[in-house]
Design a protein around this ligand. Structure first.
Ligand code: ADP
Ligand code: ZN
Length: 214
C-alpha cells in the first residue's frame, strides 16, 4: 500500500508519517529527511539541494524525481510506503503515478497562523532527526535529544522568514496536487489537531477507515 501525505510544513505531516509507517509496517520515505541526510554527508546531491533548501524553495523536479525513483527500488519498500513530502508538484505526482500505484492521498488541513508559531518552536536532533517542540513536547534536558543524546538545533529552514517563504511555496503547488488526486478519486482529508499527537491520531483513524472499506 502506498500512501501520499499532503500538508503544509508544520502540519504534523512528518510525525503522522512516522506513526503511520510503524503502524502499517511500511517504509517511511521523507524527501526532506533524505535531502538533509545528503546535506550532512556532503554528497553531490546534498550540495545541489542545499541552495534551495536554505531559501525554503523546492529542489528542482528532475533531481527530486530521480532520487525518489531510486529510493522506491530499495528492498524495504516492497510492501509499500508512506510518502512524506513527495510529490510537491504536479510533475512529481505524474511521475510517481508512473512508478507505483498510489492508494491514498491524505491531505492534512491546517491553519497557516498556527503553523508559523508551531515551526518557530521546533527543534531537530542532529543525530537522529527526531523533532521536538519547545512548548508542547520539549526534550527532558534542554537542547539534548531524549533518544540519542544528540544536539538539538533550529534548522535553517525553520527560521521565521524562511517559514513564510516555505508556506508561500507550499500554497502555490498544494491546490494542484489536491486537484490531481481528487480527479484520481483517492483524495482523503484529515484536519490537523491543535495538540501534538492529535494529527497523527486522526490520520491513522482515516487510514483504518479506508482499510475497512477497501
Ligand atoms: P517541510 O517542513 O516543508 O515539510 P521537508 O523537511 O519536507 O520540509 O523538506 C525540506 C526541504 O527539502 C524543502 O523546503 C525543499 O527544499 C526540499 N524538498 C523536500 N521534498 C521536496 C520535493 N518533493 N520537491 C522539491 N523539494 C523538496
Ligand atoms: Zn536524536
Amino acid at each position: 500500500m502506498y500512501i501520499v501525505l499532503l500538508g503544509a510544513p508544520g502540519s504534523g505531516k512528518g510525525t503522522a508519517g512516522k506513526v503511520l509507517a510503524e503502524d502499517l509496517k511500511l517504509a517511511h520515505i521523507s524527501t526532506g529527511d533524505i535531502f538533509r541526510e545528503n546535506l550532512k554527508n556532503e554528497t553531490e546531491l546534498g550540495k545541489e539541494a542545499k541552495v534551495y533548501m536554505d531559501k525554503g524553495e523546492l529542489v528542482p523536479d528532475e533531481v527530486t524525481i530521480k532520487m525518489i525513483e531510486k529510493r522506491l527500488q530499495e528492498d524495504d519498500v516492497k510492501n509499500g510506503a508512506i510518502l512524506d513530502g513527495f510529490p510537491r508538484t504536479k510533475a512529481q505526482a505524474e511521475s510517481l503515478s508512473n512508478m507505483i500505484k498510489v492508494d491514498m492521498a491524505l491531505n492534512i488541513d491546517v491553519d497557516f497562523d498556527e503553523i508559523v508559531s508551531r515551526i518557530a518552536n521546533r527543534r531537530s536532533c542532529r543525530g537522529c532527526s527526531e523533532i521536538y517542540n519547545v512548548v508542547f513536547s520539549p526534550s527532558k534536558v534542554e537542547g539534548v535529544c531524549d533518544k540519542c543524546g544528540g544536539e538539538l538545533y533550529q534548522r535553517e529552514d525553520q527560521k521565521p522568514e524562511v517559514v513564510e517563504n516555505r508556506l508561500k511555496v507550499y500554497s502555490e503547488s498544494a491546490q494542484e496536487l489536491i486537484n490531481y488526486y481528487e480527479k484520481e478519486g483517492i483524495l482523503y482529508n484529515a484536519k490537523a489537531g491543535d495538540k501534538v499527537g492529535k494529527t497523527s491520531y486522526d490520520v491513522v483513524k482515516e487510514v483504518e477507515e479506508y482499510l475497512k472499506n477497501n
